[in-house]
Design a binder for this molecule. Structure first.
Ligand SMILES: [Zn+2]
Length: 216
């Protein structure tokens, strides 16, 4: 038996059970992975074999408060800054070093720009994602990679078509998500703080109104 040279591509002797507890699937030796086909695919696409992937429905409850905050502060310098940053640094993102993930991100951003999604819609969606992350991120996303990949996929959604190629994986998406975080993460977190403040003021105002009414 030769000890060197090309080995058979599918060596059934080395196949084992899938590493996900309770899964009956078989993890094949090649391409090497601790998971069965289904869980490997999921690991590749979202960055984790079994995580629950939040959907648009999970974002729904943040829609109204975010909308309120954005429209209330539409004329603020922060909003103007965010719209500029979105246009300049995200939609017109350029690969500076030519790394694969940069080129990938640039192509996706061009597609997003061409789809003519309104900037305000993107900011709205961005803040909704960050709101979800703040509330339930520690529970929903097992690793930072899964969060960034999910964020990128949500931002790269247009009403008419999906602009993330089906062959794309979590690694590319994560790099894109990190660019989004670099450009607009601070804005999103500031907006959430603004929302809290507005809400606190609203409650305070209502309380003083009630106090006033009771003294009469
Ligand atoms: Zn499995």
């Amino acid at each position: 038996m030769p000890t060197h040279g090309r080995q058979p591509l599918r060596n059934k002797r080395h196949s084992g059970p899938c590493a996900v507890a309770g899964c009956q699937g078989v993890a094949r030796w090649l391409p090497r992975s601790p998971y069965c086909l289904k869980h490997r695919q999921r690991q590749y696409r979202v960055g984790h074999p079994t995580m629950y992937v939040p959907t648009v429905t999970d974002l729904k409850k943040y829609r109204a408060p975010v909308q309120r905050a954005l429209s209330r502060h539409f004329d603020s310098p922060t909003m103007r800054w965010a719209l500029r940053a979105l246009e300049r640094d995200l939609l017109n993102y350029r690969a500076t070093n030519g790394y694969g993930y940069e080129v990938w991100t640039e192509a996706r951003m061009q597609a997003l720009k061409a789809s003519e999604v309104k900037p305000l819609v993107l900011l709205q969606r961005l803040c909704e994602c960050y709101a979800l992350y703040r509330e339930e991120g520690h529970r929903l996303f097992p690793t930072p990679k899964t969060w960034f990949a999910w964020l990128a996929r949500r931002i790269l959604t247009t009403p008419r078509r999906c602009i993330v190629p089906t062959t794309s994986g979590a690694t590319q998406l994560k790099a894109c998500g990190q660019v989004i975080e670099d450009v607009l993460g601070r804005f999103a977190r500031a907006t959430l703080m603004r929302m809290d403040k507005d809400e606190a003021e609203r409650l305070e105002f209502r309380k003083s109104c009630e106090a006033l009414a009771s003294t009469r």
